[in-house]
Write a new protein. Structure first.
Length: 195
């Protein structure tokens, strides 16, 4: 059985969620490894043997509950946090099922509003990451203030504008293969739900 490390493996399909999870764990001094959710996710988990796994259940690319069972049997020291889309609460029956399968917790996605800091603290307590460095967590999650453009205060006169009219703008080109919009897949007991 591989030795479980203190690293955190994040497999999230939404880039903003992945970034928020990264900020939370890096603020507490954890090494973060980000991977794309994939069908062979357990092989990646087994190769890294993380202390914590944060996996998105809505991708439809892997069975999250089979992943929990595999981690429970082969990496019992790894804490598995399953996440789903942000706007749908987790039902108690779903929570019980996830824990029965080996998950530490089944959570909705991280909020964007003022509830992010308390949610992050709760998650860190759930996985036993105590004491929490609240100052570092706040600094990581609070957006920096926009920088002021100091060039507007320069004493140099503005550059002369040309006397001829500007050229017409170039027509916008559409990329040849625009990616389709992402639609999360709702899973129930490891199977996609139509609806």
């Amino acid at each position: 059985m591989p030795e479980v490390s203190t690293s955190v493996l994040i497999a999230q399909s939404q880039p903003e969620q992945s970034h928020l999870w990264q900020l939370i764990f890096q603020s507490q001094g954890h090494q973060v490894i980000q991977v794309a959710p994939q069908a062979q996710l357990f092989e990646t988990v087994l190769a890294h043997a993380p202390g914590v796994l944060v996996a998105d259940t809505t991708t439809g690319l892997f069975n999250p509950f089979a992943l929990c069972r595999e981690c429970k049997s082969k990496l019992p020291g790894t804490k598995v946090l399953l996440t789903r889309e942000r706007h749908r609460p987790v039902e108690p029956a779903e929570q019980r099922w996830a824990k029965y399968q080996g998950a530490t917790e089944l959570l909705p996605g991280l909020p964007e509003n003022g509830q992010l800091l308390p949610t992050a603290e709760l998650v860190l307590e759930l996985i036993g990451c105590t004491p929490i460095n609240k100052t570092a967590l706040q600094q990581a999650l609070v957006a920096p203030e926009p920088e002021v453009d100091t060039n507007i205060f320069a004493e140099e006169p503005p550059a002369e504008t040309p006397s001829h009219p500007p050229a017409p703008p170039e027509p916008e080109s559409i990329p040849p293969s625009a990616a389709p919009a992402y639609k999360p897949v709702i899973m129930y007991r490891g199977r996609p739900v139509k609806g």
